[in-house]
Design a protein. Structure first.
Length: 378
């Protein structure tokens, strides 16, 4: 069997149970009665653990190939999710959260490298779009699954997550072809080029805003007196809009410069957060729709810009470095998000909106450094 169908099947199966991350904070505060400040600290440790997780994924992919990294990462995620589901004390659940952080990002460099090494270079863009679209569909179903499963408690959602992670690992182990390890001399040195490091540092700002939404939105919904299923339905709405936006982006991408795509995404994100600041269920729904569209425009374009900075053969290393922006964001977001939430949900959302709108204004014109690498600005 070829690479792409297996990757699509595995990531879709894994994504079907992948809504649990948004409920980590609720698992601690609602189920275990952990104070908000302690919850923020535990989530920050989770984010810190994702940094070596992605590096580990890049190293394993480089040395032993994508299949080993995918299977190992998925199995480790399953173990961690089972601990979070079964734990009845802060100590046990926190240990599961840390283990999940250490395993969470291992699959990302492996997935990207598998696509690059497993398909015809002339077809990479369409295959990546296919993978992204299928995961988006699974995200819609994941929101529905979460809305149903959380009726039996948040812990049950993590049990489902563990089962889907194991199923995905089995698919990869049995069906994915043994792709060669990508070993290029000084690949990691190329990945530490100042231009890529600057781009990664810039990406840390919007990814922090996105992670504040992922980790703190369920707490806002909880404080508003709504059940966890409300958050699940909001995630489903955002995922559905994300799929529609991705299809639109696929049509206009050849003609639309990357900096304008990013500017549009940041503007939509800013408006989404402004709407959430208004409060109420209607605002939550409208904001979720706008936030889902914004994420599609921002996340994929950030990775596309980084990929154009990758020398041939160093893709795994380059994408690993760019992905560290998510690790930094996942460390900062829970601490910053819970602190702002302590001052009120409107303060949280207005602050995020201000940052997003500044980013949008800054990307209306292409940064000068984008002119150097071929194709980055357009």
């Amino acid at each position: 069997m070829s690479v792409i169908p297996v990757l699509v099947a595995a990531r879709v199966v894994n994504r079907l149970g992948g809504a649990g991350m948004a409920f980590l904070g609720v698992r601690l505060t609602r189920d275990l009665g952990v104070p908000l400040g302690t919850t923020g600290t535990v989530l920050a440790v989770f984010g810190l653990a994702t940094i070596p997780s992605r590096v580990l994924g890049g190293v394993v992919t480089t040395r032993w190939g994508p299949r080993a990294a995918l299977v190992g990462g998925l199995v480790a995620c399953a173990v961690a999710q089972a601990v979070i589901a079964a734990g009845s004390s802060l100590r046990v659940v926190a240990a599961g959260v840390v283990l999940l952080g250490l395993a969470y990002e291992v699959v990302e460099p492996a997935t990207q490298t598998a696509v690059v090494t497993g398909v015809d270079p002339a077809r990479r863009a369409s295959r990546l779009s296919l993978l992204w679209a299928c995961i988006s569909v699974a995200g819609v179903l994941a929101g529905v699954v979460a809305a149903l499963v959380t009726r039996w408690g948040v812990g049950a959602l993590f049990a489902v997550d563990a089962a889907t992670s194991l199923a995905a690992a089995g698919l990869v182990a049995v069906l994915l072809p043994a792709l060669p390890a990508v070993r290029v001399r000084r690949a990691w040195r190329a990945a530490l080029h100042r231009r890529l490091l600057a781009w990664t540092a810039l990406c840390c700002v919007p990814t922090t805003v996105v992670m504040v939404v992922v980790l703190v939105l369920p707490l806002v919904v909880e404080q508003d007196g709504r059940p966890p299923s409300t958050t699940a339905w909001l995630l489903a709405a955002a995922a559905a809009v994300s799929l529609a936006t991705q299809r639109m982006l696929a049509r206009v991408e050849p003609r639309l410069p990357a900096h304008l795509v990013l500017a549009s995404g940041y503007a939509l994100l800013g408006v989404a957060l402004l709407v959430w600041a208004l409060g109420g269920l209607a605002a939550l729904v409208v904001g979720a729709v706008l936030e889902g569209a914004a994420g599609t425009l921002v996340v994929g374009t950030q990775q596309a810009v980084a990929s154009r900075l990758a020398p041939a053969g160093s893709e795994a290393a380059v994408m690993t470095v760019q992905g560290l922006s998510w690790g930094v964001a996942t460390v900062v977001a829970p601490v910053l998000g819970t602190a702002l939430l302590g001052a009120g949900a409107h303060v949280l959302w207005l602050t995020g909106a201000a940052v997003a709108l500044v980013l949008a204004a800054g990307h209306v014109r292409p940064p000068a450094r984008w002119a150097a690498p071929a194709g980055v600005a357009g």
